[in-house]
Design a protein around this ligand. Structure first.
Ligand SMILES: Cc1ncc(COP(=O)(O)O)c(C=O)c1O
Length: 397
């Protein structure tokens, strides 16, 4: 059997991630391989940690990237903070909150799940009643629910974690680099993300940060962390030890691009980057409404990197997504779990969050909706998005 040389085609990734990658960041993956303890590489690790602290807005020393995708970050955060018998409250309003609860159970936690409707934020005035009763060691939630396009307001939840003296564990897989996230100011104790979304790097790494309270709990454990590979007391000896000790072979050529992606995010300025994600998402939402489509999450909890749009009656989910991919070279996502078949998920993350991508996806969607039976006014989507950009330019934002 003969195989052709590998040549994946050039697609625009506007789904829930991975997002399309800035060419300079992609090129960084092809730079020379260095040994995992080469002094030159150790310097790159140090720089990556420094850059990551700035992007997470934290001074936490234990701020690094774990090998593996966002799920490795979730497992690392949960396995290191939860000990068998610990009470854990997980606020769930979508697919990824459920996963935190599942993993906390596997870690031996006594888990109480508090569920909220998909497409809505967690209601802190309700959650607090459970926290008051259970008095958990750990309270966990998802900051950016990628399954529903909801950005969780954090102020009351962070206050609750302080008042009831529990560690706050937060999933920021889709928010880091795309929405305001302030680890130190908000008092988040453990937080993880993924490299492939708003951070703008390649899939395969999980940025993670652990604050002093979480580290103290880790140091005081009565039982070893159940996962050897994700045991942060071992991983940190490789990332920050003196001398550095081998733990695993670092995915060197994934760390180059995330170092570059973080550097470029800070060059852009985090506030500017958040504003870019917000403006493009507002324009996209305006355009979708212009096409007569409904949205699955309300504007007041909208998640700028991920817009969930309701599939109109009579239109087949898969037909539109397949034609979008094959004819326009654009990937958008389908729904997960409860939202499967009900929504499309359009991601504007990192390099993907650009005005031209908004206009392109609206144009493609309009064409396909007209073909597959949804009545929309021709050009109305792009016009509404354009009006949003014009208004923002006038307002000077
Ligand atoms: C909110 C959230 N948490 C966790 C994950 C898991 O990340 P990964 O698929 O990179 O393992 C995802 C992935 O989309 C996510 O959106």
């Amino acid at each position: 059997m003969t195989y052709q040389a590998l040549q994946p085609s050039d697609k625009l990734l506007l789904g829930p991630g991975p997002a399309s990658v800035e060419p300079a960041i992609l090129r960084a993956a092809s730079l020379n391989v260095l040994g995992y303890l080469d002094p030159e590489f150790v310097t790159i690790m140090d720089e990556t940690m420094e850059l990551l602290r700035a992007v997470f807005r934290t001074s936490n020393e234990l701020t690094l990237v774990v090998p593996g995708t966002g799920m490795a970050g979730m497992e690392a955060a949960v396995y290191n903070t939860v000990e068998p018998g610990d009470k854990v409250v997980v606020a769930v309003n979508g697919f990824f909150g459920e996963r935190i609860a599942t993993i906390a159970e596997r870690a031996g936690g006594e888990v109480t799940v508090v569920r909220y409707p998909w497409g809505q934020a967690v209601d802190p005035s309700d959650l607090v009643k459970v926290v008051r009763e259970v008095r958990p060691a750990i309270l966990a939630c998802v900051h950016a629910e990628t399954s529903t396009g909801v950005l969780q307001p954090m102020a009351e939840i962070t206050r609750m974690a302080r008042e009831y003296d529990c560690l706050l564990l937060v999933d920021a897989v889709t928010s880091l680099g795309g929405c305001p996230l302030e680890i130190d100011k908000w008092g988040i104790d453990a937080c993880y993300s993924g490299s492939q979304k708003c951070v703008g790097a390649l899939p395969g790494l999980a940025p993670l940060t652990l604050g002093p309270r979480a580290r103290a709990k880790l140091a005081a454990r009565r039982t070893p962390v159940a996962s050897w590979y994700l045991d942060l007391t071992l991983i940190e000896k490789y990332w920050t030890g003196n001398p550095r000790a081998y733990h695993h072979t670092a995915p060197v050529n994934l760390i180059y691009p995330i170092r570059e992606a973080l550097r470029m995010a800070l060059d852009e300025g985090l506030e500017n980057r958040w504003a870019r994600h917000l403006l493009n998402a507002r324009a996209l939402r305006a355009g979708l409404r212009g096409l007569g489509l409904g949205l699955y999450s309300e504007d007041d909890v909208m998640l700028p990197p991920l817009t969930p749009v309701l599939i109109p009656d009579g239109v087949e989910d898969a037909k539109v997504r397949t034609a979008m991919l094959n004819e326009f070279g654009i990937e958008i996502g389908g729904g997960l779990g409860d939202a499967k078949g009900k929504i499309w998920r359009i991601g504007l993350m990192g390099y993907g969050s650009q005005r031209r991508h908004v206009l392109l996806v609206l144009t493609a969607l309009e064409q396909l909706l007209l073909r597959f039976g949804h009545r929309a006014e021709a050009g109305a989507g792009v016009a509404a998005a354009g009006a949003m950009y014009d208004a923002a330019a006038k307002a000077g934002s």
